[in-house]
Design a protein around this ligand. Structure first.
Ligand SMILES: [Mg+2]
Length: 240
């Protein structure tokens, strides 16, 4: 693992499961959905069908809780051969609404680490998902003030990261992206020429699973945003 010799001039941060808990809420909703569909299918069948429906719907609904709710409704209709009662559909809608409204819970240490990171380089939030829901979560988190910019994108590709760096007038090589998803936060950022730091979260959505890069010169891993701040603070400033 090679670490950069200079501080970055722009820091991109992922939101879900990097700044605040997200995947456990989806898992909770998923468990409730399993129980509702028990009359028609076992948990394994529900899980595999829902995953397939979600994957198919991503290009239509994008990421986030609303698309997930629609995919749950579709799965319920499919697995019950369209015989699922209205009361169950109502329960599924309630579960989806609660997922949207669930209080935002920042990960431990994030509120303390963000001002330290913001003192190193401007912070940009780079997140997928539903625009309204992500903006609501950021506002509820009270963390918005630390961010110089917010980019809510439909997909995280190398182009996304190149665009974000260009918009802030920073070369990709001077841009660092940190997040919990190898597939979305790390691999495309490395492809774009950025540095990328994986901050693992214990749960990973199956769709986001990918191999951690081995021996990539611009890749590193940290246990937390605080550990990332510790490391970056020890580096000399770019251009200094
Ligand atoms: Mg994430």
């Amino acid at each position: 693992m090679t670490r950069p010799a200079l501080r970055p001039r722009l820091i991109g941060l992922d939101a879900d499961d990097t700044l605040w808990h997200n995947e456990p809420l989806f898992r909770m909703t998923h468990a409730r959905f399993d129980a509702l569909l028990q009359p028609w299918a076992d948990a394994a069948t529900v899980a595999s069908h829902l995953a397939a429906v979600e994957r198919r719907n991503l290009s239509t609904y994008g990421y986030g809780a609303k698309g997930f709710t629609l995919s749950m409704l579709e799965t319920a209709l499919d697995l019950s051969h369209r015989e699922v009662p209205g009361a169950v559909l109502h329960e599924i809608l309630s579960a989806g609404r609660e997922l949207m409204r669930h209080p935002m819970e920042p990960l431990p240490g994030v509120a303390e680490a963000l001002p330290r990171l913001a003192a190193i380089a401007p912070l940009v939030l780079v997140t997928k998902g539903d625009l309204f829901h992500q903006e609501t979560k950021l506002a509820a988190s009270g963390l918005g003030a630390f961010f110089h910019g917010v980019e809510i994108v439909s997909e995280k590709t190398a182009d996304t990261y190149r665009r974000v760096a260009a918009r802030h007038g920073v070369a990709p090589e001077a841009t660092l992206m940190a997040g919990n998803s190898v597939r979305s936060d790390i691999l495309p950022a490395l492809d774009a020429g950025c540095r990328a730091v994986l901050i693992p979260y214990p749960l990973v959505w199956a769709h986001e699973a990918a191999e951690v890069p081995q021996d990539h010169p611009r890749f590193s891993q940290c246990d937390s945003l605080a550990a990332l701040a510790d490391w970056l603070e020890a580096l000399p400033q770019a251009g200094a």
